[in-house]
Structures are given as C-alpha cells and as structure tokens.
Design a protein. Structure first.
Length: 260
C-alpha cells in the first residue's frame, strides 16, 4: 500500500513532468567526447570479454563514446549475445525495431550490433529530463544516434504509439509502483497492462518482444502481465555473471505474439 509520502512525491513529480513537457526544447545533438580507449585499470577478465565481443561483432564503442558509456554498451551487447545463445534461436535481424523507455538511448549502438535493424526507434516519455549541465535526454539521445543508420529518438508514451515493428525491446519496464517513484516519475505513468497490450498490438505476426527485468521476482510479475496481453514466452536467460556488477541479475525473456 502506498503511503501519504509516496502520493505526495508522485504529485510533485507529476508537476515537474508537466513543466518539462511544456517548456522543454531540443537544441540539437549533444554527443559525448569519445574516450578513444578503455581504462587501463580494467581487470584482465573484463578486457578478455570485451575483446571477444569486438571480434564477434566488429564494434569499438570507445571510438564513439566516453569510457563509461562504451563499457555499458559492451555489457548490454554481451547480455544480448548470451541470451541468444541461451535461447538457441536465430537473432531477429533486419527488422523494424522499437525500444521502449530508452532514457537517453545510450545503448542504441549495442542494439544495432546485436540485431542489425533495418530501422530503430527509441521511445521515451521523459525526453526533456536534464542530465549533467544543460543537456537533456533528447539532445544526448540525438548525439548517441549520430552515425547509426535509420535511428531516431521519439518523445512519447509507448502505450499510445501505433506503429508496426518486427522487434520490440524493453529494458527494465515499470511494472510496480516503487521503481516509478525511484526514477522520480509520477505514478500516473504506470500502466503495464496498457503497455504490454500495445506491444502485442504493434508486433508483426512473426515479430519478437525481448524484455529485460531486474531479478526473478520482477520478471515473474512482468511475465504474468505479458502473458495476459497475448504474448507467449519462448525462452528465458538469467545473467548471473554480468560484465558490469548489478544489484540483481538481469532476466531476459523472449516473446512472440499468440496466434489469433
């Protein structure tokens, strides 16, 4: 049950969301300064795992992004790579892809490496949130998208988006109240039934939905909602040895639309 404090926090966040949506503007791409190289102090095991990804996918994220973002992209790419191996299924390549709740879309390059989409769109409700300095999410997202083919960033509630896709990804979607508040968002944005129904409606008949959740408890809750929306789970992978430490293991699940 939500406390009075939680409800007051939600009202405060709702006010600031409305203000940012009304006053927000996008001044153009704000890319990061490329690191050029990964930190010399990285553990040997991390370097070995990164080298394997570089060899397999032909990527070099540090040539485009700062070191933290580059490492985070390697971690996300490895998560997708290991999931593919666990699912024992072909990657859904060359599809129109949507990513739900992409924040600043810092991992767009990892999605391109893993899935080689024919077009990729990241959707984020709170696109005008300020990051460090005067840069907002949308401006940073445009910077991350520079140089990536057919990639766009859209400020929108995906639950209201009607666009077809052959692949939809969602990294840590909101399925309960406390994570919403932790991310300084109003509880009104929480609508997992509506979200999963929209994902199901937007998917092509042969499309795939890939979802990543924080831990097995959240994954169970999200999976029940996805199933109720008409999606069928085709595989699951629990990442117990992530490239970058996490408080809980990421749980990746792969879904297809239920026939009819």
């Amino acid at each position: 049950m939500l406390s009075l404090t939680d409800r007051l926090r939600s009202a405060h966040y709702a006010l600031w969301l409305r203000v940012s949506q009304r006053l927000g503007r996008v001044r153009g791409p704000r890319p990061e300064q490329p690191a050029g190289a990964l930190p010399a102090a990285l553990p040997a095991s991390t370097r070995t795992r990164v080298a394997a990804l570089v060899a397999r996918y032909g990527v070099r994220f540090e040539a485009c992004y700062g070191a933290p973002t580059a490492l985070a992209n390697y971690a996300r790419l490895e998560l997708l790579d290991r999931s593919l191996a666990a699912f024992a299924a072909a990657a859904p390549l060359n599809r129109v892809a949507h990513d739900v709740g992409c924040a600043s879309f810092w991992y767009a390059a990892a999605l391109h490496a893993a899935f080689r989409p024919s077009a990729l769109t990241g959707f984020e409700l709170e696109g005008f949130r300020r990051l460090r300095g005067t840069v907002n999410r949308a401006e940073r997202a445009l910077g991350y998208a520079q140089g990536l083919p057919q990639t766009e960033f859209v400020i929108a509630d995906y639950g209201a988006v009607t666009r077809r896709a052959g692949l939809v990804t969602a990294f840590f979607p909101f399925v309960s109240e406390q994570p919403v508040l932790a991310w300084r968002l109003p509880l009104a944005v929480l609508g997992p039934q509506r979200l999963f129904a929209r994902i199901r409606a937007n998917l092509e008949a042969d499309g795939e939905f890939w979802m990543v959740n924080h831990g097995e408890r959240e994954s169970a809750l999200a999976s029940a909602l996805a199933s109720a929306a008409g999606l069928v789970r085709e595989g699951e992978y629990v990442d117990r040895e992530p490239l970058l430490a996490r408080p809980e293991p990421a749980v990746v699940s792969r879904w297809t639309p239920r026939a009819g």
